[in-house]
Design a protein around this ligand. Structure first.
Ligand SMILES: C[S@@+](CC[C@H](N)C(=O)[O-])C[C@H]1O[C@@H](n2cnc3c(N)ncnc32)[C@H](O)[C@@H]1O
Length: 374
């Protein structure tokens, strides 16, 4: 039997974007069992004690608390658009006695933090629900300090395997895709992470995948609990849109239970995960800059650039080849990316005056470590 039908919740999420699992206690219980060790394993090697970290769409905060332990004494902020989730997260933090974390209600599209606030940001199971993931990633990049990193992770439903299946089970699995698309998300988003991160203005993006498989009685039992909790949230849209009636949804839930009893049941879900780096240094200018595009020279008003790949760079206190010591000028050929239109990128040889390293020594190390000083 399917679990109790949940009310259609009123959403404060931007128009036409609906988080299907809002106010679904069974699903929230599944999220509460998640851990940083498991869900953020790809990000952990990049984290260091003392870092300030932001967890966006933190849900009940179970992963956030694990991340807080990793970066302590660094401060961690978890934000979520659902106030009920933030309340749960606060209770969980108090129960675990984690004092370096705080939770706030906020929207990923308009984070209530100044530029350059965090060393790392994390989003697990969030971007696939969004209509404008690049906008959200650009907002994450804004609140990261130069050299900061974003770790993002979502399942890709195009790489989700179930065996053996039945027609009704297949029908239900197809409904999950349909609901996500209908609600403004993209069930096949995470395979595109590298492109999306670069488009959002990150200068480097590396991706990998992990597979969440269930192939023993115990694992199938766990995965079935997740599937049925997820079904409860999705059923609201499926029934409201008239794609299935409640009796068919209940039959699909029973089919999941029957699948779980099979000694040969198997499932595997692929989670794509990526890390994006914000440039170690940025340049602000108010004038116009001449840029090369093929043979043509163009002029354009550019407010701020991030240096994605500058062969030769100098700013206040940053020494490197081609520099005129003490002038605060730089000269070099590099790839410049326009910060307020991150998909616009150009390569040019140019001079500039206004380096804005966060810290002189740190910027110097960053430039050398990134190999930009050759
Ligand atoms: C699948 S849950 C993942 C929760 C948590 N990251 C985890 O993995 O356990 C997705 C979360 O994103 C939140 N969310 C959805 N849209 C959001 C937005 N625009 N801004 C902030 N949070 C959002 C939801 O409220 C929900 O808690």
């Amino acid at each position: 039997m399917a679990g109790p039908s949940l009310p259609l919740a009123s959403m404060s999420i931007p128009a036409a974007e609906v988080y299907a699992q809002q106010a679904n206690p069974a699903f929230e219980a599944e999220l509460a069992a998640r851990t940083a060790f498991r869900e953020a394993a790809f990000l952990l090697p990049h984290l260091r004690p003392g870092m300030q970290l932001l967890d966006v769409g933190c849900g009940p905060g179970s992963i956030t608390l694990g991340l807080a332990e990793v970066v302590a004494p660094g401060q961690v902020v978890g934000i979520d658009i659902q106030s009920a989730q933030i309340e749960q997260a606060r209770v969980r933090a108090a129960a675990r006695g984690v004092a370096t974390v705080r939770f706030e209600v906020a929207d990923i599209y308009g984070l209530p933090f100044p530029d350059d606030s965090f060393d790392a940001a994390f989003a697990n199971g969030v971007l696939m629900h969004l209509r404008k993931p690049v906008r959200a990633l650009a907002e994450l990049r804004r609140v990261l300090r130069p050299g900061g990193i974003a770790g993002i992770r979502d399942p890709d439903l195009g790489a989700s395997l179930y065996a053996p299946t039945t027609p009704l089970l297949e029908q239900w699995l197809a409904m999950r895709v349909r609901v996500r698309q209908h609600n403004g998300g993209d069930p096949f988003l995470s395979r595109h992470y590298r492109r999306l991160l670069l488009k959002a203005g990150f200068v480097r993006a590396e991706a990998c995948a992990s597979v969440d498989s269930a192939g023993s009685l115990e694992e199938i039992h766990r995965h079935t609990a997740f599937l049925k909790a997820q079904l409860q949230g999705h059923a609201r849209t499926v029934v409201a849109e008239g794609w299935m009636d409640q009796a068919t949804v209940d039959a699909a839930a029973a089919e999941i239970d029957a699948w779980a009893q099979r000694p040969d049941a198997f499932s595997a879900t692929t989670w794509c995960q990526a890390v994006g780096w914000r440039a170690t240094e940025s340049v602000r200018e108010s004038g116009s800059v001449r840029r090369s595009k093929g043979a043509a020279k163009e002029r354009g008003p550019f407010r701020e650039y991030e240096i994605a790949n500058l062969h030769c760079c100098v700013g206040a206190g940053v020494r490197c080849a081609g520099a005129r010591p003490g002038t605060g000028r730089a000269a070099g050929r590099g790839i410049f990316r326009q910060t307020d239109a991150p998909d616009r990128e150009f390569s040019a040889r140019r001079h500039y005056r206004h380096c804005r390293p966060p810290d002189r020594a740190e910027a110097h190390r960053g430039v050398q470590a990134a190999g930009h000083n050759r």
